[in-house]
Design a binder for this molecule. Sequence first.
Ligand SMILES: Cc1cc2nc3c(=O)[nH]c(=O)nc-3n(C[C@H](O)[C@H](O)[C@H](O)COP(=O)(O)OP(=O)(O)OC[C@H]3O[C@@H](n4cnc5c(N)ncnc54)[C@H](O)[C@@H]3O)c2cc1C
Length: 490
Amino acid sequence: MKSLTVIGAGISGLTCAIYAQRSGFRTVILEKAGGPGGVSTSWKRKGYTFEGGIHWLIGSRPGLPLHDVWTETGALGAGNPVFYKDPVYTLIDGDTVLELPRSLKKMQKTLGAFSPEDKVALAVLRFHVWCFTFFHTPILDKGGLKVRHPRRFSLPEFLKMGPALLLTPYLMSISAGRYIKRFRNPHVRRLLEAVVDPRINALSLIYTLSTFDSGDSGYPEGGSLRMSQNMADTFTSLGGRILYRTPALGVRKTADGVCVLTESGTIKSDAVVISSDARTAIDKLFEEPVQTRWAKRLRRKMHTAQCMFIALGVRTDLSDCPRCMKIVLRRPLEAGGLSFDSITVNNYAREKEYAPEGCTTLTCILSGSTYYYWKAEREKGLYKQRKQEVIAEFISRIEEELPQTRGLVEATDLATPLTWERYCDTFEGSYMSDWMPWHFSANAPIRFLPGIFFTGQRTAFSGGLPVAAHSGWRTAQILCKDFGEEFIRK
Ligand SMILES: Cc1cc2nc3c(=O)[nH]c(=O)nc-3n(C[C@H](O)[C@H](O)[C@H](O)COP(=O)(O)OP(=O)(O)OC[C@H]3O[C@@H](n4cnc5c(N)ncnc54)[C@H](O)[C@@H]3O)c2cc1C
């Protein structure tokens, strides 16, 4: 039996480890943190659950290949049915309230009635989104690999994706923000800006809207914690081992395998899969920083997707407020050296067990690159103070916009890029790479050296959880092929 060490129990590492273990590798995962999930995680403060991972999960829709990966790895199952919020966003700007319905048809109707001057732009948007409703992440078996339960990708399936593929170069060439500018009504523009970071390419916007319409992106009950714990349970039930609080300190190729250095000794195996951030790994895990062409390109060309995550526990029931509010602020919020004139607030009042009875958890993601701001503040010894200032500013904006919360905030937290760097060792504290207009992501290869593989966010285009799962699955296939093993899906 071949042995495998996987570095990292994030979604990509778990996916790879599950398929490898099932396909006959004796697999051990080394995880730096105390639990599974990596950056896809939630945590508790004073009885409130702060969902710091999944907001929507692409692959939620049964019948699609990515959904198969989620069920084969145990990520989705009977214990966590998927919930679909509708409307997906609600814009609140003073007295103006405007909803973004999940269905494309309803979206065109609602926004068209609100903003007749945008009828043409809406028709174009609807057409673009419609093209993508037949698109899904193709998960193809590697050529020449022996696969139990092979996947079939039929010609009609491919042809249906044709319109989306034809549209892709155009959508990749402009930013979501520029795409949205064609709408005349400022409220419609603001609402659409809630869907994805306006700096990234328009493909992300259109594809995300299409997954809302097709039902391919929902929220699994129990969120990121239950999902990653399900995956860890699947892995251990297959006989795999996870060593938590065991950071890998180095990787070394030997004549007959690979050694991974840990604080308590060396683990020797036939192969190693590095699922921790490849951008960090090339500088930290090898004796010398990796200097291959792809590594230099990765250093030069990668855009990190960074955010700050703010969560509040409020001693009041906000179930009469929308689930996801894009609030236009009366006064901008200054945070991490950036200024925000609107915030997107997730309201978990309707989620059972996310807060004590009669109370509510609110969370907000503020996108933007703030790693170097926070690093500088930490060097000046001001990190904690600045965090408290941001939290106080944020509470004051929430109290202004939702006066029923005044004086009732009893739990708070703020994660900055330094938080993700500390817990998950991600490069510049990022959670994936940003997919900018005209930008073809610089990636690490999956097979680096014989027996040494990468998986995860930096081995593919940008895309969060689906990319993590897809790359984990693909790495397991390449591993099986290299070692002459049959790939067993289920
Ligand atoms: C606030 C937030 C919201 C998000 N919302 C969504 C969403 O709604 N939908 C979506 O699709 N995506 C979302 N994402 C993105 C998504 O969660 C990530 O892109 C994805 O989980 C990355 O998975 P990964 O396995 O590639 O990497 P990681 O999660 O970074 O996994 C790597 C693992 O390796 C471990 N590790 C690192 N170094 C070492 C070492 N030396 N030794 C041992 N272990 C090590 C880390 O602790 C980690 O567990 C969100 C991310 C954030 C931060």
